[in-house]
Design a protein around this ligand. Structure first.
Ligand code: AHG
Ligand code: MN
Ligand code: MN
Length: 334
């Protein structure tokens, strides 16, 4: 007889006793994230056929062009969660203000912050996309969280993860006890455990960065990336360049195979491009839980004190020794 597959729900239930965040409510929340993943992957499978490519004509709060799929994915997250009873507030990269659950709706104790569609420039050319989520706990029952109460350090996350829409759809998450990856089995519509206790190699051979911005980087960053191209057998150089335009896909690659992703600050944009609360913090939690590191270049991502919801941050993330090496160059110590 074949081995019975470990579904996401069964896995969470089995592990409830040992997970601080694994309550029934939490497993419900994760199942809903999985549902969003199913909805989006169904759309993506026929994206070229059903008029969901291209832009909406709007600009979001980040000043970026909104793709139709950004709006669809955001809408799916909101629709799935707003009546679910698992969350009390939602904040999204695509929404200027957070949404709190109105008093007459069921309210959960979690606050969900998300990037509904990551890698938007890939939508129109059948390239990988993702979604990123961060879960915080709200302890008050007497009122809903304010916007300020949603702006927390990464160290306060109780769970985080991502959906990856690649050649398969995956849900990867952590509750602070390692990283687990589930692959959507389309035939039965279930996420099955495919990657247990993911560990990121301590050092990799791949780097991911948009080198078109090279001349806008700091001298330390430029020197670090230059150093990766030097031939040196002993240290495994030169590294290979792999950049997909989708942070989730690039981080997923290095989570499994090792390496480093950099979206550093630039001369005219010292805070870089990526969002602290929706992208950097949740991916930092996942990568740290797999044994890697995430840094601004000078400090740990998850300890950055956030001041606003849509704050941006330079991000250097991946294998421990690669990130430490990049930090040394950026800080002028290499
Ligand atoms: P988003 O689609 O959520 O705005 O995020 C895009 C991010 C990230 O996925 C990717 O690594 C990076 O921005 C790409 O930016 P560049 O086009 O500047 O390289
Ligand atoms: Mn993104
Ligand atoms: Mn996005």
């Amino acid at each position: 007889m074949r081995e019975f597959p470990l579904t996401l729900n069964r896995f969470i239930t089995q592990n409830q006793a040992s997970h601080q965040a694994a309550t029934e409510e939490f497993s419900g929340l994760l199942t809903q994230i999985g549902l969003v993943g199913k909805l989006i992957s169904e759309d993506l499978r026929r994206a070229g056929l059903i008029n969901i490519l291209g832009t909406t004509g709007d600009t979001n709060v980040q000043g970026e062009t909104v793709k139709k799929l950004d709006a669809i994915a955001n809408d799916d997250f909101v629709k799935v969660f707003q009546h679910s009873g698992y969350v009390c507030a939602l904040a999204s990269e695509e929404m200027e203000k957070p949404i709190s659950m109105p008093g007459n709706w069921p309210q959960g104790k979690y606050m969900l912050l998300f990037d509904p569609l990551d890698g938007s420039s890939n939508t129109d050319n059948n390239m990988p996309l993702g979604a990123i989520f961060s879960v915080l706990k709200y302890d008050r029952a007497d009122r809903l969280p304010t916007e300020g109460e949603m702006i927390r350090r990464g160290t306060e996350q109780v769970a985080a993860g991502y959906l990856l829409y690649g050649s398969s759809t995956m849900l990867v998450y952590t509750v602070g006890q390692g990283v687990y990856g589930f692959t959507l089995e389309p035939g039965i519509g279930e996420y099955l455990l495919s990657h247990a206790q993911v560990r990121i190699p301590d050092k990799g051979k791949v780097y991911a960065a948009n080198e078109g911005n090279y001349n806008k980087w700091s001298e330390g960053t430029r020197k670090y990336v230059d150093s990766l191209k030097v031939s040196d057998k002993a240290t495994g150089r030169p590294y290979s360049a792999r950049y997909s335009g989708c942070l989730v896909a690039d981080v997923h690659r290095l989570l499994l195979g090792g390496g480093i992703y950099l979206y550093p600050g630039e001369t005219d944009k010292p805070e870089g491009k990526l969002r602290l609360l929706y992208e950097a913090n949740p991916l930092a939690f996942v990568v740290e839980q797999a044994g890697g590191k995430a840094s601004t270049g000078t400090s740990r991502i998850m300890e950055v004190e956030p001041k606003k919801l849509h704050q941006r941050v330079p991000l250097i993330i991946g294998s421990r020794s690669d990130v430490e090496q990049a930090e040394a160059y950026i800080q002028g110590n290499a």
